[in-house]
Design a protein around this ligand. Sequence first.
Ligand code: PBE
Length: 268
Amino acid sequence: STSAFVGDQVGYSIIGIDPGSGLMNATEKAIKAYNLTSWKLIEGSSTAMTIALDRAYQEGKPIIVTGWSPHWMFAKYDLKYLADPKNVFGGDEEIHTIARLHLQADQPSAYQFLDNFQWKPADMEQVMAKTQEGQKPEEAASQWVETNPDKVNAWVSGIPKVEGKRLKLAYVAWDSEIASTHVVKYVLESKLGYQVDMLQVEAGPMWAGIASGDADAMVAGWLPTTHQDYDEKFKGKFEDLGPNLIGTKLGLVVPTYMNITSIEELVK
Ligand code: PBE
């Protein structure tokens, strides 16, 4: 019957996140690449997406969302990525730390720590899980830092403490970046003596803010594919300190109870 087709089941809607995120751009590309002409991508936010997912999941209803890893939703629900045979969503992605120009000369201690900062998807997921359970991001971050002294010491050992210095971190309210940015802020403040301001913006302004020097750094640069447009647009106006996390993934995500495995099956 026609009502069995997944498009009819979900109203030809893919639940997206914030416009300007790499994931939304990639999904628009996927809609073209796979010829999903009757489908629409719904703009919203990370929070709205997870609320819609939770609601559908509780009722066992079909839903297609834009998703990424690391993310707490894969621990909370049984989910799967739809296969992406055209590789629109990219392969191995890394999250990079991006600094404004001259940060090394102006703030050597912060720069050195930011350059050292790197962790694993499982680390980030621990912080995200706590936040999801209802802890404030500040508490989840400080708790993680204080219970992982070996990892944290490796980031800060030998770096001179500062006094009376401020630093501005830009970030987007993606669950993964809320976790990482709060951890970095807490380490800068509690271990190195900085006072850190967090500037919450959208993806484009985040990159623009580093390029213009309005913000000092961010730990949310998804490369080489997700933020490729921003990377190219601002080339030469920032310093890439390399990956702080390796092992990410992006794509279209559905509950495992849905009888579908590939984006190609969305074509009627
Ligand atoms: N995300 C999470 C971001 C990067 C971090 C996948 C939602 C994006 O730009 O799409």
